[in-house]
Ligand binder design. Structure first.
Ligand code: NAD
Length: 246
């Protein structure tokens, strides 16, 4: 059964990692996707892997910049005729303890995650409310539920995304637009592969299912939230964590 047949989805940070896995799953479920990311070459390679122009377009887009996000969303509607799903996934880490974190590291993470997600939610929400339908999926994190050492910036941003999503869900519900979050735990991607081995092992020890998750396992939750199987869900945060910190 294809759950997203002929829907149009925009996925930020879609060139690699979880964003790319979400794009793959969406295309497998019949959607057409627009990938937004910073690097044109990485985007082109990702779109080619998805099957090329008929199903995947790209937009060089920094989610911190509202004009760039607006252009990407208009491009998606022009290319494919609607905007049905928006996935705010782009992210970075700048880990450091509270004692060592610079103001710049704090601001960078808040800007990409929280302002980026706000830009994506409000600008996609504006198109979807006119359409009378849509699903917005925002990538929070277990860090936003539990708080992680060395991540005061990231944990604040990811908890903020939950609040932002719930507020937006209340504003957009009467226009037929749902807003939900995913809170992944430890998922194997370029972001987490950069982590020191000791930190990786500590996290692994907390996971009841005994392994890290794969990007495709987060993508499964995104397909569910994007499509009609979740039609009565809005303002929720789904944990995809192998049971970690339940
Ligand atoms: P990743 O580093 O593999 O991919 C992130 C992508 O976002 C990259 O392609 C990058 O170029 C892009 N990006 C960064 N800044 C951007 C900007 N300003 N504008 C547009 N694109 C930008 O990371 P990932 O592990 O795939 O993470 C994806 C999302 O999932 C992030 O929001 C992350 O915080 C969240 N997450 C990841 C994990 C995990 O264990 N990997 C856990 C919880 C939450």
């Amino acid at each position: 059964m294809k759950l997203l047949q002929d829907r149009t989805a925009v996925i930020t940070g879609g060139a690699q990692g979880i964003g790319f896995a979400i794009a793959e799953a969406f295309v497998a479920h019949g959607a057409r996707v627009v990938l937004g990311d910073l690097d044109a070459a990485a985007l082109d390679a990702a779109a080619a892997r998805l099957g090329g122009e008929a199903v995947a377009r790209t937009a060089v887009c920094d989610v911190r910049d509202a004009d760039q996000v607006r252009r990407m969303l208009r491009g998606a509607v022009d290319a494919f005729g609607s905007l049905d799903v928006m996935v705010n996934n782009a992210g970075i880490t700048r880990d450091a303890t509270l004692r060592n974190m610079t103001e710049e590291q704090f601001d960078q993470v808040i800007d990409v995650h929280l302002k980026g997600c706000w830009n994506g939610t409000r600008l996609a929400g504006a198109i979807m409310r006119e359409q009378g339908s849509g699903s917005i999926v925002n990538l929070s994190s277990l860090s936003g539920k539990a708080g992680m050492v060395g991540q005061t910036n990231y944990s604040a941003a990811k908890a903020g995304i939950v609040g932002l999503s719930k507020a937006a869900a209340k504003e957009l519900a009467r226009h037929g637009v749902r807003v939900n979050c995913i809170q992944p735990g430890l998922i194997r991607t370029p972001m987490t592969e950069a982590m020191p081995a000791k930190a990786w092992d500590q996290k692994m020890a907390e996971i009841p299912l005994g392994r890290a998750g794969e990007p495709a396992e987060v993508a499964g939750a995104a397909v569910f939230l994007a499509g009609d199987l979740s039609s009565y869900m809005t303002g929720t945060a789904l944990e995809v964590t192998g049971g970690r910190l339940m």
